[in-house]
Design a protein. Sequence first.
Length: 47
Amino acid sequence: MKNVFALALLAAGLALTGCHTVNGVGKDVKSAGTVVSSASGESGKKK
C-alpha cells in the first residue's frame, strides 16, 4: 500500500511540475478526467 501511495504522490508531483499556472492545472485535471471517463465507457453518458 505504501508503494501505491508513493507512486501516486510521485505522479502528482510530476504532473504539477509540468504546468506553471492554475489554468494549466485545470487543463491537466480535465484531460485526466476525460481519459478516466473514456476508459470506463461512460464518456458523454449521463443518467
